[in-house]
Design a protein around this ligand. Structure first.
Ligand code: SAM
Length: 288
């Protein structure tokens, strides 16, 4: 099989299958031959691992994962790509393609049925950018038995995800991701590495899933509601931000902030993870 990152090969496949790119499905296919092997290596594809891929496209990353991993399951939403993948991945006996929406499928069931003989399960994907946050949050929140998530995302999203908690670059997504995992930046990828080229630079990040959260937040629902309220008004003082959307009354917010020994004029974006966890526990006490 010729290289799936070769532009001539891609054009030939597209022509034979009558395929054209869908902007709506975030279809930017990798044509830089060095990116997929690097992603597969750094994403933890090895002979004992199972790998779950979201959005295989024509299978350029899938093939690199299949060369290294014990088994690969790739979920693709676009039905036009299913016959393409049947052709491009025909030589790999360890790949299964599932046609469906990664946001709607029972990922826990797929992992249980497909990877029971694997030492660990890694997620590795060049994500469609329109679902970056929902996919990452679905993977983390549902506490799937996965060891890591290695994904290509827009560079701005990568910067936000990997930002230090307590810095201006951090946000609600940053806090949630740092609660469930240890994220790190792996490498950047230029627009010219894709066909068609996107308008923005991309980056590959890896999130190593924590076996258990490092921080005692009291109650997770309260913690995430606090983070949501706080960051929705991030430039306001904490006391004002925590009353947004009716999350707390002014009195409750002032009390919780004082109990957590945080300055009343502080902004949520200045709090590190310890301070956020302490504040969450104080709110839990008040809301009982
Ligand atoms: N992995 C290929 C590559 O690197 O060249 C394609 C990546 S392309 C950025 C994203 C892929 O995700 C497309 O093939 C698109 O059809 C697919 N996709 C979009 N939304 C999806 C969803 N909700 N579930 C599964 N796949 C999806």
């Amino acid at each position: 099989m010729p290289s799936l990152s070769d532009i001539g090969t891609i054009k030939d496949i597209m022509q034979r299958h009558g395929f054209s790119f869908s902007k709506g499905l975030g279809q930017n296919f990798l044509v830089n031959p060095s990116v997929c092997p690097r992603m597969a290596e750094l994403g933890g594809a090895n002979e004992k691992a199972g790998v779950l891929e979201i959005g295989p496209g024509i299978g350029v990353l899938t093939a690199e994962l299949a060369r290294r991993a014990k088994r690969v399951v790739a979920i693709e939403l676009d039905d036009r790509l299913i016959p393409v993948l049947d052709e491009t991945l025909a030589n790999f006996g360890n790949v299964k393609v599932i046609h469906g929406d990664a946001l709607r499928l029972d990922l826990a069931g797929i992992i249980r049925d497909s990877f029971s003989d694997c030492d660990n399960v890694a997620v590795c994907a060049n994500l469609p950018y329109y679902i970056t946050s929902p996919i990452i949050m679905a993977l983390l929140e549902s506490r799937l038995p996965i060891s890591s998530v290695t994904v290509m995302v827009q560079k701005e999203a990568a910067d936000r995800i990997c930002a230090k908690i307590g810095s201006r670059e951090s946000g609600a997504l940053t806090v949630a991701i740092h609660y469930y995992s240890e994220p790190r930046m792996l490498f950047r990828v230029s627009p010219g590495s894709f066909m068609p080229p996107p308008k923005v630079t991309s980056a590959v990040i890896r999130m190593d899933i924590l076996p258990a959260p490092k921080y005692d937040v009291g109650d997770e629902k309260t913690f995430f509601a606090m983070v949501k309220a706080g960051f929705s008004q991030r430039r306001k003082t904490l006391c004002n931000a925590l009353t947004s959307g009716g999350f707390l009354t002014k009195e409750q917010a002032a009390q919780a902030i004082a109990d957590a020994s945080i300055a009343p004029t502080a902004r949520i974006e200045a709090l590190d993870m310890d301070a956020l966890a302490t504040l969450s526990r104080s709110i839990c006490q008040i809301k009982i």
